[in-house]
Design a protein around this ligand. Structure first.
Ligand SMILES: Cc1cc2nc3c(=O)[nH]c(=O)nc-3n(C[C@H](O)[C@H](O)[C@H](O)COP(=O)(O)O)c2cc1C
Length: 383
C-alpha cells in the first residue's frame, strides 16, 4: 500500500512525557529544593489501580507526588496498560512499580522485565527479599527501593545499592513486617542505620506528615487514605468499607502469605478466619482491568512462590486463597466474603459517603495545605 497525501499529512499523536527517574540523586535534588516526597503506596490485586498517575501529577510547593502501581495478579497486558495510563496522567512525574518477592518466580521475572521495558521511575520490593531484582534493575537502569521493617535490613539494602527505602511501621495496611514496631520508633531506627533517603509509611494522615519530615524522613507514604477517593478503579463497596470505622472495626489476621500478620477491616470473612475456617481457592474469575473478567483454567493459580502459601502447602485444607479474597473485595465489592486490607489511619478518614469522596487532586492539595499551615508561626492575637 502506498502512503497517500492525506495519510502523510496526519498530525502525529504526541507521545506522553517519559516518567522521571526517582534515583538517589534526583531525591537529593528534590530535598535540596525544599520539597519532600508524598508517595502513594502500591496496593495489590487492583486496590490501587487508577490512582498512581494522578498522585504523580502533583508537583506542589512542599510536596512532590509519587505514584506506585502494584504488579500482582495482572496479565502482562493489563500491567503494561496500567503503567501507560499512569504515564499519560503523570505528565513527566514519578510512577514506580511495587513487586512482592513472595509471588511466583515466573511472574516476578515477567513483571520486572516489563517495568524495565516501560522505563518506570523505580521498582520497590516488599514481602520478602530477592537480590536478583536489584541486579535486573541496575542492568536496566531502573532505580530500586526496598521496604524495610528494621534498621538492619535498611543497612543491608544500602550495601546492595538501593536508591531509597520505605520504612513501613506496624500501623500499615496489608502485610506487616513487624507488628511490634510502630512507625515513629522505626523511622528513628532506620535513619540511624542508613544514609539513604527514607520514606515513612504506615497509618500516616495529613496531620502526621510534618512530624515525620521533622524526624528526618525524605517523605511519607500513604495508601489507605487514597482508597477513599472518587478516583481509582476499586468497587464502590470497597471504598465504603473504609469509611466511618473505629478501632474496633480493624483486626489483624494471619495471612496465607508465609503466615504473616496483616491488617484488615473486620467483617464476616475475618471473623470466620479467626474461628479457624478455611477458604481454599474456588473462583475461576480473574480480572484483567477495565475490560472485565476472563476465565482462568484452574482455581489455584499458584500466585505465590513455592512453599510460601499456607493454603497450598496444607493441600488446600487450611488458611485461605488470597487472590480470591482480595479480588472479591476490590473488584466484586463483596463486603461479607472479601478481604479488605487497610491501614490504622482509616479511623481518621472523615468522609462517610462513598459516592461523595474527594478526588486524588483534592487529597494532594489538602496534604499540601496542612503542611503549609504547620509551617506558619502561630499568629498572636492582641488582647
Ligand atoms: C489494600 C491494601 C493493599 C496493599 N497491598 C500492598 C502490596 O501489594 N504490596 C506492598 O508492598 N504493600 C501493600 N500495601 C501497603 C501499602 O503500600 C502502604 O505501605 C501502607 O498501607 C501504608 O499505610 P496506610 O495504608 O496506613 O497509609 C497495601 C495496603 C493496603 C491498604
Amino acid at each position: 500500500m502506498t502512503v497517500g497525501a492525506a495519510e502523510a499529512s496526519v498530525t502525529p499523536v504526541s507521545e506522553p512525557a517519559p516518567l522521571g527517574k526517582l534515583d538517589r540523586a534526583t531525591i537529593q535534588g528534590i530535598l535540596a529544593s525544599g520539597r519532600k516526597l508524598l508517595v502513594q503506596g502500591g496496593m495489590g490485586i487492583h486496590a490501587s489501580d487508577g490512582l498512581s498517575g494522578k498522585v504523580a501529577a502533583h508537583r506542589g510547593e512542599r510536596l512532590v507526588g509519587v505514584g506506585t502501581i502494584s504488579a500482582v495478579v495482572k496479565s502482562s497486558e493489563h500491567f503494561r496498560n496500567e503503567i501507560r495510563r499512569a504515564r499519560a496522567e503523570a505528565a513527566g512525574g514519578f510512577v514506580g512499580v511495587n513487586l512482592m518477592a513472595a509471588i511466583n518466580k515466573a511472574e516476578f521475572e515477567t513483571y520486572t522485565r516489563i517495568a524495565v521495558e516501560e522505563k518506570v521511575s523505580f521498582v520497590v520490593q516488599g514481602a520478602g527479599i530477592s537480590r536478583e531484582i536489584i541486579k535486573w534493575c541496575r542492568a536496566g537502569g531502573i532505580p530500586f527501593a526496598g521496604i524495610v521493617s528494621s534498621g538492619r535490613l535498611a543497612a543491608m539494602y544500602e550495601k546492595w545499592g538501593a536508591d531509597f527505602l520505605v520504612a513501613e511501621g506496624a500501623e500499615a495496611g496489608g502485610h506487616i513486617g513487624d507488628v511490634d514496631h510502630p512507625l515513629p520508633t522505626l523511622v528513628d531506627e532506620v535513619l540511624a542505620h542508613t544514609s539513604l533517603p527514607v520514606v515513612a509509611a504506615g497509618g500516616v494522615d495529613a496531620a502526621d506528615v510534618a512530624r515525620f519530615l521533622e524526624a528526618g524522613a525524605a517523605g511519607v507514604q500513604v495508601a489507605s487514605r487514597f482508597l477513599a477517593s472518587s478516583d481509582g478503579d476499586a468497587h464502590v463497596n470497597f471504598k465504603a468499607m473504609h469509611l466511618g470505622k473505629t478501632a474496633e472495626d480493624i483486626t489483624l489476621i494471619t495471612s496465607c502469605v508465609k503466615g504473616m500478620k496483616a491488617r484488615a477491616v473486620r467483617n464476616d470473612f475475618t471473623e470466620a478466619l479467626a474461628a479457624g475456617q478455611a477458604f481454599p481457592p474456588r473462583s475461576k474469575a480473574w480480572f484483567f482491568g477495565k475490560d472485565g473478567y476472563h476465565g482462568r483454567k484452574k482455581a489455584c493459580i499458584e500466585c505465590l512462590g513455592e512453599g510460601l502459601c499456607l493454603c497450598r502447602a496444607s493441600g488446600y485444607r487450611e488458611s485461605f486463597c488470597i487472590t480470591d479474597a482480595l479480588l472479591a473485595a476490590a473488584i466484586k465489592g463483596d463486603t461479607r466474603n472479601g478481604l479488605f486490607y487497610t491501614g490504622s489511619s482509616i479511623t481518621r478518614i472523615p468522609e462517610l459517603d462513598a459516592r461523595a469522596l474527594p478526588t486524588v487532586k483534592q487529597l494532594m492539595d489538602a496534604f499540601e495545605a496542612v503542611l503549609a499551615a504547620a509551617d506558619k508561626p502561630l499568629r498572636v492575637v492582641a488582647g
